[in-house]
Write a protein that binds this ligand. Structure first.
Ligand code: GCV
Length: 694
């Protein structure tokens, strides 16, 4: 009997120490520190609430889950004299999502102008408990600096996800609207906990099918699930829908029948989903239809749709990711050239959504020149959480430092201090609409994001959209504590790896600002040798321009002069080859191989050093990870351990392929102490097939 009990106990404890990652950062395992747990428990013993709606229900249910899990306490709902008071009341800050948390010795009061504000306040309280913070004498007042904080899913109606590396789509269209998967609710909880208040359900390469009556019924079912959590749904639309669905002869935005078709469609959508967010449009980009197919402009197309949505307060989010092929041009300059000329001519319910960099989600890009250029048209930030160019789901890259670097970049649009954060939160140009989005990295994988550590990127997007000036380190700290509930040493170790991970990835893949040298079309692994593709700007050669003289894309006035799109202050940081930060060197200069950097090394030696040191750093990541064995749950530990092994293998591939290929041009030796790669060029080239990524 005794043995049997011991056996049972061991199973139970093993189970509690295995975690499939499904609960994300809302982990709610019992707090081990008894004294702390008791203090919190007292504070959450009773709760009162002065409003009743769908949001109040989910708020109370979250509170109950958290306090039962973290504290072992079943919070009691009482009429008055509660230890925790939730109330709707008018705050000094009139933002509809604002909240305040105040605490006295015996009571915590969370208030909001709306029930949504209270919900956010409750999540803040839970976060403080999860991160072991004191709840004494709180005087917190918080409201989001950015209005629209969204995920964009690139999910297709057949269940696949464009650039998705965490399984299939979470949206089970074939089951909707009848069956509501509980995952939808957990998705909404996770998003609400970090302030995300919008979701674009489908791919920007949009099937027109999403706005048929059949699909709108399904979308409505999801909107109903998300509404109590303060989340609005949006859809990407296909600009040719009037032709595809409506049988019209054209989709010309100036055609009266086309205009009417979209008005009717907007009416139909809003009749079903009165708080529908709006449409996202990828037009005349990478083969998608758009107004230019009819001799019109982006302005004509966006304004036509905006007119249809305006009576319902719906938004048009028009993407600036356009780069018509110009044999003499520089893709870097395309979006600015296309949109700057229309600044101030877009209707007020339009936002221009701009990717953080001018090319396409490379691990390091200088900012898109459109930030700082559109003074009269709101531009929003599009980051990519899914790691299309960042090693898919096998490379650990915490994107927080990258987002932070972008947001802190000074555009100099109104003198020094005109950071991207201030552009997109509306401070700089007084934008009436503000938004930050992340291309989602979620899928049907049990842990949502494939790589367990990639959950942090989702978390970070929400936190930075709430406050674009918060540091990535602070966010990493929160996320690790909430996700692992581990000891101080392990927490610090994981955080340290996170904070270094992006630079490490940069070193073994894209040192000194070399960019777009990944595999063609699948975007995995190195293929710097791609010289031919359906379009020259889809090759690697177009970007790295390696020759016997040097490497890099000259964007100064001697080259494409795309640098001229930046304000002087920023331009001058990049225009001088001798003073530019080395991390951006090859973005703007064709640097001679033997050009000396400030540290005394030549460009070639520095590149090679970074490739080799990058790989060594992955080995260090592995060592650091190994040091926390037994300190976090075994399932996540082993999952990450295995992925790090793959990352190491692939980092070696990147290093060797890049060094061997570029050496053909530099004709310089691999500097000591590094050993020349043992693999031949042919061997390295063929690895793309070995990894089955094509
Ligand atoms: C959804 C890149 C990706 C495409 C993506 C596109 C976009 O080019 O490779 O898959 O399409 O960006 O952002 O529209």
């Amino acid at each position: 009997m005794r043995l049997f009990v011991l056996f049972l106990l061991s199973i139970i404890s093993l189970n509690t120490f295995a975690d499939d990652g499904y609960r994300l950062w809302l982990k709610y395992d019992r707090i081990q520190n008894e004294a702390l747990r008791k203090t919190y428990a007292q504070k959450l013993a009773t709760v009162s609430i002065n409003f009743s709606d769908e949001t109040s229900k989910v708020t109370l249910s979250e509170l109950e889950k958290a306090s039962l899990g973290l504290l072992g306490v079943k919070t009691k709902l009482v009429g008055s004299n509660a230890s925790l008071v939730l109330k709707k009341e008018i705050l000094t800050d009139k933002n509809s999502e604002a909240f305040e948390i105040k605490s006295t010795k015996n009571q915590i009061v969370i208030s909001g102008n709306t029930s949504k504000g209270v919900l956010y306040g409750v999540f803040e309280l839970i976060r403080r408990i999860q991160t072991s913070e004191s709840l004494e004498n709180l005087k917190i007042a918080s409201s989001p600096k950015i209005q629209l904080r969204m995920l964009n899913h690139w999910d297709n109606n057949n269940g696949t996800i464009e650039r998705g590396y965490a399984g299939m789509s979470m949206w089970k269209w074939y089951e909707l609207p009848e069956r509501i998967d509980t995952r939808y609710i957990d998705y909404a909880r996770a998003n609400a906990s970090i302030g995300i208040n919008g979701t674009v359900l489908n791919n920007v390469n949009a099937s027109a099918r999403f706005i048929t009556a059949e699909y709108l019924g399904k979308v409505k079912a999801l909107a109903d699930v998300f509404r109590p959590y303060g989340i609005k749904v949006f859809l990407s639309v296909n600009f040719a829908s009037p032709k595809i669905l409506g049988g019209l002869k054209t989709a010309d935005p100036l055609d009266p029948e086309v205009k009417q078709w979209w008005k009717n469609k907007a009416d139909e959508v809003y009749k079903l989903i009165p708080d529908f967010g709006g449409f996202v449009v990828k037009a005349n980009s990478e083969g998608e239809p758009g107004p230019m197919d009819f001799g019109r402009t982006h302005k004509d197309g966006a304004n036509m749709l905006a007119e249809a949505m305006a009576p319902h307060n719906g938004l048009i989010i028009w993407r600036a990711f356009v780069y018509n092929f110009d044999p003499k041009g520089d893709r870097f300059a395309a979006a600015y050239n296309e949109f700057k000329k229309f600044d101030g001519e877009f209707l007020p319910n339009i936002i221009i959504q701009v990717k953080n960099g001018p090319i396409d989600f490379q691990v390091r890009e200088p900012i898109s020149p459109l930030f700082g250029a559109m003074e009269k048209t709101p531009v929003s930030m599009e980051f990519q959480l899914t790691q299309e160019y960042l090693g898919w789901a096998t490379h650990w890259v915490y994107e927080g430092p990258m987002f932070e670097e972008v947001l802190k970049t000074d555009t100099f649009a109104k003198g020094a201090g005109s950071t991207v954060a201030k552009v997109i939160d509306g401070q700089l140009f007084k934008y009436p609409l503000t938004s930050m989005i992340g291309v989602a990295n979620t899928g049907s994988d049990r842990n949502w994001t494939g790589h367990p550590m990639a959950q942090a990127n989702w978390y970070t997007l929400g936190r930075m959209a709430w406050n674009p000036e918060i540091t990535s380190e602070k966010i990493a700290d929160e996320w690790v504590k909430m996700t692992f509930q581990s000891d101080k040493k392990s927490t610090e170790t994981i955080k340290k790896i996170m904070m270094e991970s992006r630079e490490i990835y940069t070193n073994y893949t894209n040192p000194l600002g070399v960019h777009h040298v990944m595999g063609e079309s699948h975007h995995f692994g190195p293929e710097p040798w791609v010289e031919k593709a359906p379009r020259p700007d889809w090759t690697a050669l177009y970007y790295h321009r390696a020759d016997t003289v040097g490497i890099g894309f000259d964007r100064t006035e001697k080259g494409s002069n795309s640098l001229a799109q930046y304000h002087l202050g920023l331009r001058s940081k990049y225009s001088d080859i001798n003073t530019i930060q080395p991390e951006f060197l090859l973005w703007f200069h064709h640097a001679p191989w033997r050009h000396k950097l400030q540290n005394g090394r030549t460009v070639w030696d520095e590149m090679v050093t970074r490739y080799y040191e990058g790989v060594k750093s992955v080995e260090n990541m592995q060592r650091q990870w190994a040091s926390i064995k037994g300190k976090i749950d075994s399932e996540t530990f082993e999952n990450v351990e295995a992925r790090l092994k793959t990352q190491h293998k692939e980092a070696l591939w990147w290093r060797d392929a890049s060094v061997v290929y570029f050496q053909k041009y530099s004709k310089m030796p691999v500097p000591s102490p590094y050993q020349k790669p043992a693999r031949t060029f042919e061997e390295l080239k063929s690895l793309v097939d070995v990894y089955h990524v094509k």
